[in-house]
Design a protein around this ligand. Structure first.
Ligand code: FES
Length: 173
């Protein structure tokens, strides 16, 4: 973390008193400002709130909203909810892991993609589905997964404003 980022983090932390109850709001603000929870940010948060680093990891790991790795330029969230699982979401995830060479929670070395496994994204009728950035892609096949990785030619099954596909209306985190 750069000196500037560290001073931004210190300013952020100074807005909160040392109460343990501030942990979740602090982590949310840190992630919002820096994009993820870096080891340095966790260490400073632990010092400020008088909580062990281990406890912060335990709490933050419980909530899928928190990331411990810098996100990629594009974020792929594969739905692992029941409807998607029944319709083969594990195959979709396997294909992405193979092609990107990463596992959920990781980012490709070139910083292009990060991969996550999330619960229902609210598009069960389109199972198996995933969210790439703010767009839902459904009824996924191997071909569609290939296109997703190579596009800029967007080909979402559900488009903004349909009421079924726009992430703003179905965000599940
Ligand atoms: S279970 Fe996948 S979108 Fe609902």
């Amino acid at each position: 973390m750069s000196a500037i980022a560290m001073s931004d983090l210190d300013s952020l932390l100074q807005r909160y008193d040392h109460s343990h109850e501030n942990l979740i709001p602090v982590l949310q603000e840190v992630q919002s400002q820096f994009g993820f929870l870096s080891p340095e940010a966790i260490r400073h948060t632990a010092e400020h709130l008088n909580i062990s680093i281990h406890d912060i990891f335990s709490v933050a790991s419980f909530y899928s909203q928190f990331r411990f790795h810098k996100p990629g330029k594009h974020c792929l969230k594969v739905c692992g909810g029941t409807a998607c699982h029944v319709r083969g979401s594990d195959n979709v995830l396997d294909a992405l892991e193979r092609q990107l060479g990463i596992e959920p929670g990781q980012t490709t070395a070139n910083g292009e993609f990060s991969l996550e496994r999330v619960m229902c994204v609210g598009a069960c009728a389109l199972a198996p589905a995933l969210v790439k950035d703010d767009t839902v892609y459904g009824r996924l096949t191997q071909n569609k997964v290939d296109r997703l990785l190579n596009e800029d030619a967007h080909d979402p099954v559900a488009t903004p404003g349909t009421g079924t596909g726009h992430l703003e209306s179905i965000r599940s985190e």
